[in-house]
Design a protein around this ligand. Structure first.
Ligand code: SF4
Ligand code: SF4
Length: 477
C-alpha cells in the first residue's frame, strides 16, 4: 500500500513524459467522460466558434478582432486602435495580466483547463480526431506497438492528413487576424502564386500548428508556457485547484484495491481504490494523488474519472475535486485573503482607467506641429507674425471625412491657411498630412509664446480640437 503522507517525493525527480533514458515517453490518455468533460466540450465549441468567426465579423465596417502588426492596425471588439492609441493597448494588456494573476491566485489554473487555446485545440479538436481514428487509450497503445502493417499505415495517414487539414485551416484564420479577412479572401481568390510571401507564411504557420499538436503536445504546458511556470509563485494554500483529498483517500492505512468482502469503513483503508484511472486519463501523464504539480493543467479529466469510479463502488463522489489545500487539510472554508483583496483593488483601478480612456478616445485625431528649424516670420505690415506647421489628421472611422477645414477658436483675430490642399479629405481608416500656416497679430503673443486652440471641421461640424504652440518676438507686449 502506498500513502500520500509517507512523504515519498520521488515523483518530483522526473517528469512523466520523459523516459529514464531521456527519451520522450508518449502519453496515451484515456478518453475522458463525465460531467466536467461535457461542460468543457460545450465551452470549447463556443470558444472555437468565436475564435474562427471573429476575423470575419464586422462592427461598423471594422473587423471584430484584428492584430495587423506589420501595418500597426489593431481592432479589439470592433474598436480600431492606431499607433496613437498604443497607451490603451498597454493598459489593456496590464489589466488582462492582473486579471489572469488574480484569477490564478483564487482559482489556480482553471484558465488552462477551460479557456487556453492550447488545451482547447489539443483536447477538444486534435485528441478527439485521434480517438475517432485510432480508438481509445488501449487501442492507441496497441497500434503504436504493432509493426507498420496496412492498418497502422491507414490509420496514421488518415490522422496526419486530418491534423494537416485542421492546421491549414487554422493557419488561414490566424492569418486573417494578422492581415485582415478581406485581404485573406482576396489572396485566396487571386491564388497563392500572386502572393508568394504570404503563402510561405501560411505554410510556416501550418507547420508550426501541425508540429505542436501532432508531436509537441503537452510539452507546451510543461516546458514552454511561461504562465504554467508561474504557478509556483501564484498559488498558495487557499487557491482552489484540482486536488486529491488525501485525507479521505488514504485515511490511516493508505489507499488499497477494493475488496468486496471487507468493510472499508472499519478497515482503516482510504477511499482511493488505487484503480489508477485518474492517472490513465491525465493528458500530462501525472498522478494527481502526489499533490499539486506544475504539469497539472486543471483539465478536470481525473475528477470525472474518479467520480465515475466512486459511483461504481458506491462511495461518495469528489475524492478528486476543486478544493484548496487548506480545505482538504483543515476543512477551512474559502477565504478572501488580503493578497486577493490587493489584486482586486489594483484591477478595479486599472479597469476604471481603461474604461475612462476608451470613452475619452476620439475617432478623429488632429496634430499640428511646428515645422522643424523654423521660428517665425514677420509679415510686411510689421504687426503680424506667421508660423509654419505640419498637420496630420487620423481618421479611425470607416467613413471618409470630407471637406475638412481649420479654424482658430481661441483668438479673435488671425488666420489659419492650408498650403498643400484646397480641399482636405481624410480617407476611412487612414490619414492625411500637409502644411499650413497661422498668422497672429503681435499683441496675441506674450513673452514670445502663445497657445492657440484650433478647431477641425468637416463642413460646419466641429470634429476635433487641438492646442498649437505659437512663437514670436519677445519684445512685442
Ligand atoms: S492531474 Fe487531473 S486535472 Fe491535472 S492535468 Fe491531469 S487529469 Fe487534468
Ligand atoms: S481514480 Fe480515484 S479511486 Fe482511482 S486511483 Fe485515482 S483517486 Fe484513486
Amino acid at each position: 500500500m502506498e500513502t500520500h503522507e509517507q512523504g515519498n517525493e520521488t515523483f518530483r525527480d522526473s517528469i512523466a513524459t520523459i523516459s529514464e533514458e531521456g527519451k520522450r515517453a508518449w502519453i496515451f490518455p484515456k478518453k475522458p467522460n463525465g460531467k466536467y468533460y461535457n461542460y468543457r466540450s460545450w465551452l470549447s465549441y463556443a470558444l472555437l466558434i468565436i475564435l474562427y468567426a471573429s476575423p470575419f465579423i464586422k462592427v461598423k465596417g471594422n473587423q471584430f478582432l484584428l492584430f495587423n502588426v506589420l501595418e500597426r492596425k489593431f481592432n479589439i471588439f470592433g474598436f480600431p486602435f492606431w499607433p496613437q492609441d498604443f497607451h490603451l493597448v498597454v493598459i489593456s494588456m496590464i489589466t488582462t495580466i492582473v486579471f489572469i494573476t488574480l484569477f490564478t491566485v483564487v482559482f489556480g489554473r482553471i484558465f488552462c483547463g477551460w479557456f487556453c487555446p492550447q488545451t482547447v485545440f489539443m483536447e477538444m479538436v486534435f485528441r478527439k480526431i485521434e480517438y475517432w481514428v485510432e480508438g481509445d487509450r488501449g487501442k492507441q497503445m496497441r497500434l503504436n506497438k504493432q509493426p507498420w502493417n496496412a492498418e497502422k499505415i491507414r490509420k496514421r495517414l488518415t490522422k496526419w492528413f486530418l491534423f494537416f487539414l485542421v492546421s491549414f485551416f487554422t493557419a488561414n484564420v490566424f492569418l486573417a487576424y494578422l492581415i485582415g479577412s478581406d485581404k485573406l479572401i482576396m489572396y485566396i481568390t487571386d491564388g497563392p502564386f500572386l502572393h508568394m510571401s504570404t503563402f510561405v507564411g501560411l505554410l510556416i504557420f501550418t507547420g508550426v500548428f501541425y508540429f505542436i499538436f501532432t508531436w509537441f503536445r503537452e510539452q507546451v504546458c510543461i516546458i514552454a508556457c511561461p504562465y504554467g511556470r508561474l504557478q509556483g509563485v501564484l498559488l498558495d494554500n487557499q487557491s482552489v485547484v484540482v486536488a486529491y483529498d488525501y485525507k479521505r483517500g488514504e485515511k490511516e492505512k493508505g489507499r488499497a484495491k477494493l475488496n468486496k468482502r471487507e468493510d472499508r469503513n472499519t478497515s482503516g483503508k482510504g477511499d482511493c481504490i488505487d484503480c489508477k484511472q485518474c492517472v490513465h486519463v491525465c493528458p500530462t501523464g501525472i498522478d494527481i494523488r502526489n499533490g499539486t504539480q506544475l504539469e497539472c493543467v486543471n483539465c478536470t479529466a481525473c475528477m470525472d474519472e474518479c467520480d465515475s469510479m466512486m459511483e461504481k463502488v458506491g462511495f461518495e463522489k469528489g475524492l478528486i475535486r476543486y478544493a484548496s489545500i487548506d480545505e482538504i487539510e483543515n476543512k477551512a472554508p474559502f477565504k478572501f485573503t488580503n493578497r486577493m483583496k490587493g489584486y482586486v483593488a489594483v484591477l478595479t483601478v486599472l479597469f476604471g482607467i481603461l474604461v475612462g480612456m476608451l470613452f475619452l478616445r476620439n475617432d478623429v485625431e488632429a496634430r499640428i506641429l511646428k515645422v522643424r528649424g523654423q521660428l517665425y516670420e514677420k509679415l510686411e505690415d510689421g504687426k503680424t507674425i506667421r508660423n509654419y506647421y505640419n498637420y496630420k489628421i487620423v481618421n479611425k472611422t470607416t467613413e471618409e471625412i470630407k471637406n475638412v477645414t481649420y479654424k482658430l477658436i481661441s483668438v479673435k483675430k488671425g488666420e489659419i491657411k492650408v498650403l498643400t490642399d484646397d480641399i482636405i479629405t481624410v480617407p476611412k481608416q487612414g490619414l492625411t498630412e500637409g502644411e499650413l500656416y497661422i498668422d497672429l497679430p503681435q499683441y496675441e503673443i506674450k513673452d514670445g509664446r502663445a497657445k492657440v486652440k484650433v478647431g477641425v471641421y468637416s463642413g460646419d461640424k466641429l470634429i476635433e480640437t487641438t492646442m498649437v504652440g505659437f512663437s514670436g518676438p519677445r519684445t512685442f507686449r
